[in-house]
Design a protein around this ligand. Structure first.
Ligand code: NAD
Length: 484
């Protein structure tokens, strides 16, 4: 398969937090691959900023080590690595001090031609406001674009405060809120599948879909993120952003055009149509769990932070009334699995009387992890003359090209960072979406707090807490097993 690479315009990408984990694991490898594939023009520069006292060479050494660790050797051949490293510059800045800003301004104003300027904030959210202010004070923000990572606040009020502060320097058309799930090929394929095919749309409603189940299961625990995680928990870390974004793309109406605001308007409508959950209703429709041994890992014996959430969400629209959306996410579960399962209803009448097992309903499974794939399961006849037996046949609708020679599945960040340079906000969250997501989440978390109690403990390596199973059983349903 040949992929058409359209080079972007020359840019300066400044990464705040360039010595951190995200830069090493995701950003630098993503940029390296885009460069290697010829998408980054010769004059483009990448400027690392962080507190460490490094020069350009020191940062290049650090980047080289990161790329050697996170990019397969087969891609680091020839002069690709050296050519990429030559693009890197470094300026030591402590966001709260004065040092470094003038050299940064001098570096950025060197080129005579106009170029796109991007500031990528790969730092904790408490630095977003101070960096935005400093960029303004030092005359660097005009025309520039700003990329921010999750989490955007820890509730609706703090998100508003953060967005106000950023918005005072960067107008909304220049702010890119990353949710890297939206950069995944399969997630974009969900959009293609729904809106570039006539087949699914007539069936895509409560009349034909019995439920939608969205799972993001991890085998890892909190690892070295405990101090952040213990204040956040699964609801803020995963549900408020990733799971709700997946829900939006599954449930939204067709946008009139594949364009940033048209798409985000439709996602916003879904978030606003979520049936509010609060008080006892919220407690009934939600489950929070905590894996055994978590409080010790978090060094907080009294921790009530949830490492698992299951929720039953309902969307109050003509299209979806009567089709629940079940969400679950957790750490230290049985396997690493992220998927959206769209389960269709049974046939209205069963003509096959003598089947040992009833005909299974169709399902469309959009899998994001561990590997990306889309499968439609349909029922077919078991071949052979002996009777009329049925079997479930998975139709593999994968599009990854992974079997095609030379094709490498791009990481989500590759697409997203290039989208920022291209000025395309389609796959980034708009401010009002963030607010609407918090408006639905906040009352559920209030109910948890007011209801007291602790999250239910579940075994490491299990399917999650028992109550999450019961949430489904009450509705006559079951989760798909997390077995790999
Ligand atoms: P990290 O702690 O590994 O790195 C933080 C970086 O910020 C370092 O380069 C550090 O030098 C710099 N920094 C800290 N204080 C500074 C200051 N006062 N002035 C200048 N630089 C300063 O963090 P990370 O894991 O790379 O995460 C960065 C951001 O990305 C966070 O907002 C995080 O929530 C988000 N995020 C990270 C991941 C991930 O996989 N690591 C995933 C999703 C979102």
């Amino acid at each position: 398969m040949t992929t058409r690479i359209i080079p972007v315009d020359p840019f300066d990408l400044v990464i705040f937090g360039a010595t951190g984990d995200l830069a090493a694991r995701k950003l630098l490898p993503a940029l390296f691959h885009r460069d290697r594939d010829g998408q980054i023009p010769d004059r483009a520069r990448i400027v690392g900023c962080a507190r460490s006292d490094l020069d350009d060479e020191g940062f290049r050494d650090l980047a080289r080590a990161a790329l050697e660790e996170h990019v397969d050797a087969e891609y680091r051949t020839g002069d690709a690595l050296d050519r990429f490293l030559a693009r890197l510059h470094y300026i030591s800045i402590d966001v709260f001090g004065d040092k470094g800003w003038s050299p940064l301004r001098a570096l950025l104003s060197e080129p005579e031609e106009a170029r796109i300027r991007v500031f990528y904030l790969s730092v904790g959210p408490s630095l977003f406001g101070p960096i935005a202010d400093a960029l303004k004070t030092h005359g660097l923000a005009d025309e520039a674009r700003l990329v921010v990572e999750k989490p955007i606040g820890h509730d609706g009020d703090s998100a508003k405060e953060l967005n106000d502060r950023i918005g005072a320097v960067f107008d909304e058309s220049r702010v890119y809120r990353i949710d890297h799930y939206l950069g995944k090929e399969t997630v974009q394929n969900l959009i293609a599948l729904r809106f570039a095919n006539a087949l699914f749309e007539p069936l895509w409603n409560a009349k034909h879909i019995e439920s939608v189940r969205i799972t993001v299961a991890e085998t890892l625990g909190v690892e070295d993120r405990a101090s952040y995680y213990d204040k956040a928990g699964a609801m803020r870390d995963m549900v408020q952003n990733h799971l709700l974004q997946l829900l939006c793309l599954t449930a939204m109406e067709p946008p009139h055009h594949f364009e940033a605001d048209a798409l985000r308007d439709e996602k916003l409508k879904v978030l606003r149509a979520l049936r509010p959950l609060s008080g006892t209703e919220a407690l009934k429709a939600s489950v929070r769990g905590q894996y055994a041994g978590y409080p010790e890992e978090a060094e907080n014996p009294a921790s009530t932070t949830e490492t698992y959430v299951a929720l039953k969400a309902e969307i109050g629209t003509w299209r979806w009334a009567g089709t629940p959306f079940y969400l679950r996410t957790g750490k230290k579960l049985r396997s690493r699995l992220s998927e959206i399962v769209v389960l269709f209803r049974q046939t209205p009448h069963q003509i096959f009387d003598d089947l040992a097992t009833p005909v299974a309903p169709n399902s469309l499974v959009i899998r994001l992890q561990p590997d990306e794939a889309i499968t439609l399961s349909i029922t077919t006849k078991d071949p052979g003359p002996g009777g009329f037996r049925m079997r479930e046949t998975p139709l593999d609708m994968s599009f990854t090209g992974k079997d095609e020679e030379g094709f490498r599945m791009p990481d989500a960040y590759e697409r997203l960072v290039m989208d920022v340079v291209r000025g395309n906000q389609t796959l980034f969250m708009r401010r009002d979406e963030v607010a609407a997501a918090w408006a639905w989440i906040d009352p559920i978390m209030d109910a948890w707090r007011e209801g007291g109690g602790k999250p239910e403990e579940y075994d490491r390596g299990s399917e999650g807490p028992m109550s999450a199973m019961e949430l489904m059983i009450r509705d006559g349903r079951r989760w798909r097993s997390l077995a790999p």
